[in-house]
Ligand binder design. Sequence first.
Ligand code: NAD
Length: 290
Amino acid sequence: MKIGFIGLGNMGGPMAANLAKAGHEVQGFDLAAPSPEGVHSAASAAEAASGAEVVITMLPNGAILRAVADQIIPAMKASAVLCDCSTVDVESARAVADQAVAAGLGALDAPVSGGVGGASAGTLTFMVGGSEEAFAKVRPLFEVMGQKAVHCGAAGAGQAAKICNNMILGATMAVTCEAFALADKLGLDRARMFDVVSTSSGYSWSMNAYCPAPGVGPQSPADNDYKPGFAADLMLKDLRLSQQAAEAVDADTPMGARATALYAAFVEQEDGKGRDFSALLPRFVGRGRG
Ligand code: NAD
């Protein structure tokens, strides 16, 4: 398939490389990052998009996505599909989809979970919003870049699934970290705490698969001095998107709001920037209630 790929950063670079490796003809464009092996460099976003059957974008935020969409939609060939894999606000996802559909194109919002490791290994999970027809057309590409693609509903449903998932993740990681810090102060051994909780009703992905305590449970960023992994800054971005969406539809999300405030303080006022999102544990250990 002829594919345009715009945004070749930490995630987009390896995703585009995997498509090229699978035999697709990929034209890439990025303002700064170089094209990975096998991906042809286009001179502009519009050039990367022209003639492609599917154009994939992997960009930092909704404002940049909207700007790039303005450049590429007029350049895309009739009935091609614009598939945005970035994590952006639901409103931008829906606006770009409307614009593409009005121009006679297909459109999908298809944010991912799985991080840079999943992008390189081709094991991402895609959460997809948009028409059945567009989903069917891009599905073979999701199968190259990932291990699972869930069609969640109409435009915006992929972003909605992503931010709800990550709101759960942020709040769950925060309470898992504070529970370990409380256990320390109560004299409870961390390995015993893991043994109990990971097989009891407090279990979760944060505890069982990504344990924030070094030397306990499976290998995780905690065992590598909290190098990301999934950076606290990215968790903050997703939590803020969840609160923006909650505000837009008048949803009450007090745990999400608390997790957002906590990660904002950690990243913007403390030492959380550039650290893994599970580094809340040493933060809690160093503090008391006041
Ligand atoms: P990144 O900053 O490494 O890559 C974004 C790329 O977009 C950069 O190379 C940048 O030069 C390029 N870019 C910016 N404006 C552009 C423009 N106008 N035209 C062309 N290229 C432009 O970020 P990333 O880590 O690859 O993340 C991309 C998206 O994926 C984000 O929305 C992020 O939230 C989401 N995401 C990231 C992860 C992760 O672990 N890194 C996990 C899941 C989802």
